[in-house]
Design a binder for this molecule. Structure first.
Ligand SMILES: Cc1cc2nc3c(=O)[nH]c(=O)nc-3n(C[C@H](O)[C@H](O)[C@H](O)COP(=O)(O)OP(=O)(O)OC[C@H]3O[C@@H](n4cnc5c(N)ncnc54)[C@H](O)[C@@H]3O)c2cc1C
Length: 240
């Protein structure tokens, strides 16, 4: 790991209360899809007890030319400052960290179970795998309250037809709150939903990502289904 100076190059809203921030990739920076970085605001106009550093998964894939993160814009000093940063502002990035990365054995399917903003490292892993042409089966189950809350839906769904080994399943847990009618999945990710798409539930390696409560609940559901803890990998977003 090293500390890099990075420059904000773009920012945009990508879902309800959710923004993506892009940065110029520093020369020589290399990361594995799924890893995260610690970002430090330099001389922010305000700060609070949580300080000026936050960890964010890199949502950009290694092959992409820019770095990108995405976050729920809660009302913390860090996020108020981040939201208002002018394009071109410098931050420091301490990276790369983490081992939430794809397993090596391509005969074992990878199944991602994500909720809300937990989709960030999954975008990186899936975009990289699709870029490299997937040699293993990859399934993504992405859970959100409503379609308006769901980040990166297009990025994750658009390559499905061209990649028979890749399946994207989006589920909505509070559809009545939106005015959308769907033929897709609704409700939380559970054993019955997984069983519709996976013939042997004990075979894949499962990747769980999101706030701690969600990761804990999904692990319990998988354990109850007979999935061994050795086949479960997690990235817990502390701070939610
Ligand atoms: C490996 C890793 C990867 C991560 N990746 C991402 C990512 O890709 N995207 C992302 O958004 N986050 C990610 N996080 C979490 C991130 O680091 C922050 O902790 C999180 O975004 C919250 O930051 P904050 O400034 O909103 O809250 P903080 O100011 O850090 O607040 C932390 C505490 O205050 C409380 N709190 C603050 N605001 C509220 C509120 N509005 N409602 C309820 N409680 C509140 C929380 O309970 C929490 O305990 C990651 C964390 C880790 C460890």
């Amino acid at each position: 790991m090293s500390i890099y100076q990075i420059k904000l190059s773009a920012k945009k809203q990508i879902a309800t209360g959710t923004m993506a921030f892009s940065f110029e990739k520093p020369l020589g920076f290399v990361h594995k899809a799924g890893q995260f970085a610690d970002f430090t605001l330099l001389n922010p106009p305000e700060t609070d007890a949580e300080g000026n550093i936050r960890g964010f998964s890199l949502a950009s894939a290694p092959y992409e030319t820019h770095l990108m993160i995405a976050t729920r814009m809660r009302d913390s000093a860090f996020k108020r400052v981040l939201k208002d940063l002018a394009i071109g502002t410098e931050l420091t990035m301490d990276a790369p960290y983490g081992s939430f990365t794809l397993h090596n054995n391509v005969s074992i399917p990878a199944v991602f179970l994500t909720g809300g903003i937990g989709v960030t490292p999954v975008r990186s892993i899936v975009r990289q795998a699709l870029h490299d042409k997937p040699t293993r089966e990859i399934l993504v189950f992405s859970s959100n309250k409503t379609p308006q809350d769901a980040a990166f839906t297009e990025d994750l769904s658009q390559s499905q037809l061209a990649n028979p080994k890749y399946t994207y399943i989006s589920t909505m847990t509070d559809l009545p709150a939106s005015n959308v009618v769907t033929t897709g999945e609704t409700g939380v990710i559970n054993q019955a939903m997984l069983a519709k798409y996976i013939s042997d539930l004990t075979l894949p390696i499962y990747y769980l990502c999101g706030p701690l409560g969600m990761v804990t609940a999904l692990r319990a559901m998988l354990n109850a289904t007979g999935v061994d803890d050795d086949n479960i990998r997690t990235e817990e977003f502390s701070g939610y």
